[in-house]
Design a protein around this ligand. Structure first.
Ligand code: PEP
Length: 250
């Protein structure tokens, strides 16, 4: 059975006292075993604190990014080994903001994925089309090529460590959400593409999250779609009440 996951990407928000407050609220709100795996991704300086705080709770911690090299002269960067050494086993890679503002390409992401997998980490791999690409009906081709370039050379066994997050760029932080039907249509396409390119078993097992302006008010109808296995949440993950409501909507 596919895993249900609700993950919160805090981006560059929450200093240490704020992160402490949010984590305290979240551990209380998710005290009963939730129906989904709950993940939070604080900024890197708060990862160690977060990883220690959630020990023994239903919440896991993910990093928002990671460098592809093992170590070395890469000022400002963080390695897979460093993340693992503080108890962080999951990393978000390929977020549209990393692609747009930090020049991350599919080829670079393929390297980052390979490094994360070598360290036995779980990767939440983000991808999705821009507004112009959807308007010109290229969204399926764009998504297929993002997946192909970064993931399709992986061994079928490596897919156990991959979670996909389809995030149409036009729906991120805009208040504009893909309709549940648009999300389902794309998720079904992604699963079929993986079935053809990797294997039907991998396609059936991989969790595909939807991301883009998910809120307590729309989470339930999006999560109800058969190929949507949860969500990657930005803005609404910064408030314990709304993130808990989204977590409960699955
Ligand atoms: C995101 O950045 O991954 C995201 C989905 O953001 P938001 O929920 O704010 O649209």
């Amino acid at each position: 059975m596919r895993k249900k996951i609700v993950a919160g990407n805090w981006k560059m928000n929450k200093n240490l006292p704020e992160a402490k407050g949010l984590l305290a609220d979240l551990t209380a709100k998710f005290a009963q075993q939730p129906n989904a795996e709950i993940i939070v991704a604080p900024t890197s300086v708060n990862l160690q604190f977060a990883a220690e705080t959630v020990k023994g709770s239903a919440i896991k911690v993910a990093a928002q990014n990671m460098h592809q090299a093992e170590n070395g002269a890469f000022t400002g960067e963080i390695s897979a080994d460093m993340l693992k050494s503080i108890g962080v086993e999951t990393v978000i890679l390929g977020h549209s903001e990393r692609r747009a503002y930090f020049g991350e390409t599919d080829a670079l992401l393929a390297d980052k994925v390979a490094t994360a997998l070598k360290h036995d980490m779980t990767v939440i791999f983000c991808f999705g089309e821009e507004l112009e690409e959807r308007k010109s009906d290229k969204h399926f081709a764009v998504v297929e090529s993002q997946l192909k370039n970064a993931l399709f050379s992986l061994d079928a066994s490596a897919w156990k460590q991959i979670v996909l997050a389809y995030e149409p760029v036009w729906a991120i932080g805009t208040g504009e959400t893909a309709s549940p039907e648009q999300a389902q249509e794309m998720h079904a396409f992604i699963r079929k593409t993986i079935a053809d390119a990797v294997s039907p078993a991998v396609a059936e097992e991989v969790s595909i999250l939807y991301g883009g302006s998910v809120k307590p008010a729309n989470a339930q109808e999006i999560f109800a779609k058969p190929d949507v296995d949860g969500g990657l949440i930005g803005g609404a993950s910064l408030d314990a009440e709304s993130f808990a409501a989204i977590g409960a909507a699955i």
